[in-house]
Structures are given as structure tokens and as C-alpha cells.
Design a binder for this molecule. Sequence first.
Ligand SMILES: Cc1cc2nc3c(=O)[nH]c(=O)nc-3n(C[C@H](O)[C@H](O)[C@H](O)COP(=O)(O)OP(=O)(O)OC[C@H]3O[C@@H](n4cnc5c(N)ncnc54)[C@H](O)[C@@H]3O)c2cc1C
Length: 402
Amino acid sequence: MADFDIVVIGGGIVGLSTAMQLSRRFPGIAIAVLEKEPILAGHQTGRNSGVIHAGVYYEPGSLKAQFCRQGSAATMRFCKEHGIPFEQRGKLLVATRADELPRMEKLHERALANGLLVHHVSKEELVEREPHVTGCGALFVPASGIVDYGRITRHMGTNLTDAGGTIMTSADVRDISEQHDSVEIVLNDGILLRARHVVACAGMNADRLARLCGLAADLAIIPFRGEYFRLGSNRNRIVEHLIYPIPDPSLPFLGVHLTPMIDGFVTVGPNAVLAFARNGYRFGDVSSNDLWEMARFRGFRRMIIDNMRSGLTEIANSLSRRRYLALCQRYCPELELTDLHPHPAGIRAQAVNRDGRLLHDFLIERTARTIHVLNAPSPAATSALPIGRHITDIAGAHFNYS
Ligand SMILES: Cc1cc2nc3c(=O)[nH]c(=O)nc-3n(C[C@H](O)[C@H](O)[C@H](O)COP(=O)(O)OP(=O)(O)OC[C@H]3O[C@@H](n4cnc5c(N)ncnc54)[C@H](O)[C@@H]3O)c2cc1C
């Protein structure tokens, strides 16, 4: 006999969205979420920019493009239904140099291809809208918003438990083994659970759990720390919109941005620095185990060689507050070193393949009894509701729940 019909591993927004939607679609089945930390949303979900992305950047037709667009509307609907504060502030993508204008045009075309409403903003209009921001032009994306994703996740958890589901925190999954009629799950304290099916939404440990089920042989999760600063409360009204640079199209990271947070303050960040531990929230955090695992992976070594220059620049910007400030001053020149106060970092779980390529799109794979979310970086918080719906569809089609 199985203890649960479906066990979801991971108490971030993707795991909770999935568990909540499984419980709604298949009422009566026994669902449990296992989270290794004592709280929900302790990693990526609770340590991000809190932006409800509209879906400008992503390859048309990709899962990211589809799910982000659907997800931004679904997130705002969920917030309205549950009384969770959010604000649709709109985003300005600012070209700070003339040579960024062609890339801005490409971004405009991509936004249109993704079916988004986007306006050009001239240099003069930019100053009218945002007196503290300078640039030679911008794109305005009205649909972008801000929210607290940790709060959304906890509401999803309440929906799940109200529907009879179970959430077990401090439950670290150490081993999974797929049998012909069930999946055995071993927890940190040696407890053995049995489930008919497993959905793994384990963020930073996605590859390790997938390998236990025979998947992910040719990719690894590489941790990229995103460091932030918080501006002092005298700067709370320095911007009205979310202010973003024009990103480098070859990288899945969006560049240091100026973001009003839903709690009233403004952050700058995040950069993207290779972390030396999967939970390496500070520069000095090093895990010899994680480093050795990365070094043995061919794709990691290739990635380092191919991105040596940008990687070293990120490290230099991370070590020097003055260099970090210079990135922000490109579009907000009045910021000074004294404006930058410490703010917790986040770490992106980024899948890299054997060729050293950072995977841009979301990646979800399955075995006979398990489904694994293998790559869910930004904008997976925005996209969590459609991702959960997609996984629920897979479970309905292949695991015979109805
Ligand atoms: C710096 C930064 C900024 C970002 N900004 C945005 C943004 O503005 N907008 C946006 O849409 N997205 C943003 N993202 C991306 C977004 O936060 C993530 O894509 C999203 O939170 C992923 O959710 P998740 O549930 O997959 O992962 P997580 O939130 O990391 O959850 C995975 C959970 O699995 C648990 N787990 C792992 N291994 C085990 C195990 N063995 N047993 C039990 N539990 C386990 C972990 O403890 C964790 O709680 C950002 C990410 C970062 C890092």
C-alpha cells in the first residue's frame, strides 16, 4: 500500500502550484509535499526580484514565452482571489547607449511576436516618466508587475491543506527508487515513504533527484548567485516603474535592474556570479562536494572556458561595490555608494548541458512513475501556475488519475 498517491518534492512555488492544482483536478487523491527546509519558499521563490514578468524576452513558441504570458495574468488573478497585494507598475527597458538601440529594436520585435503590448519611449518622455533615470530611449511594457512570491506560495499551501493535502517540512529526500508499482522515498531521518507517483520540483537539487530515476545524464544544475542591494527609505520613490537594462541576448540573465518591491522599498540587482556551493548565498560559501561535482561535469568546464571574460567581470563587480554602483549609475546617475544597503542574495538553479550551454527554456521530463522539473529559472515564479497546470495534464494523461 502506498502512503500517498502523489508526492511532490520541493516546497517552492513550482511544487506548491503543482500540488494545489493536482488536488483540485483529482479530488480525493492523497497528495503530500516534502520540503527539506523548515519553511516553504526558503530558496529561489523567497529570494528573488518579485517581478511578475510580462514575457518580452523569450523565444516565441518556447515554454517560457507561453507560460510567462499566461502566468502573469494567472498570477494577478490568483492574487485578486486571495487578497494578496500586487501592483501592475509597468517596466521600462532602458537603452543607455546608442549602440544598444538596435538590440532594443530586436527586443521590441520579439515582444510583438510574443503578442505583448509595448510602446517606444523617447529620451524626453523617459525623463518625464522617470526624472531620476537617463537613457537614449526605452521600451515601456505596461503589463509587468510586482508581488511577494513567498506569500503566494504559502497561500497555495493553505489551499492544498484545506483540500486535504499534507505538507511535511524538514523532510529532506535523500533517495528515490522507482519500483514497478510504486516509488520508494527515503528521508533524512531514515523514514521510508511509498508513493504511487512522484513529481520532483527540487530547484537546486533537480538534477540529483532526476539522476536517481535515470534522467538528466547529460545536464547539471549550476548555481548562479544574484546579489542585491536595498536602497535607503529616502529613495523609496526614486522610480515608479521597474527599470531594466537591455539584456545580453546570449545569456538567460536580465542584468542589474532597479525594482520597487511590494513592501515599499527599492532594490538594485541581481548580478549573476558563479556560486561555489549550491546554497552559497555569500561569496565565501564554498562546498568542496558541490565544487567537485561541478568540476567533473564536462559541460561546466566548457561553460567556464566559453564565458571566461563575462564570468570574471561578474566576479569583479561582485567584489567591488564601486563597480556594482557603476552598473546602476548607467541609468540612474544620482545613486551613490551610501545608497547601497545589504539585502539577501538569491541563487538561480540553472541547467547547463554537456556542451556548456545554459538551457534557456523550461525543461520537464518523466519516467513511468515520476515527473521532474529539470530547468525552471526565471520567469518560473511568474509562470508557476501554467507550469503546475502542465504537470497536472501530464499526470492525468500518463498516471491515469481522473
Ligand atoms: C535572484 C533571482 C531573481 C529572480 N527574479 C525573478 C522574478 O523577478 N520573477 C520571476 O518570475 N522569477 C524570478 N526568479 C526565478 C524564480 O524565483 C524561480 O524560477 C522559481 O522560484 C523556481 O521555483 P521552484 O519551486 O522551482 O524552486 P525553489 O523555490 O528553489 O524551490 C525548490 C524547493 O525544493 C526544495 N528541495 C530541494 N531538494 C530537496 C530534497 N532533496 N528534499 C526536499 N526538498 C528539496 C528546496 O529546499 C526548495 O525549497 C528569480 C530567481 C533568482 C534566484
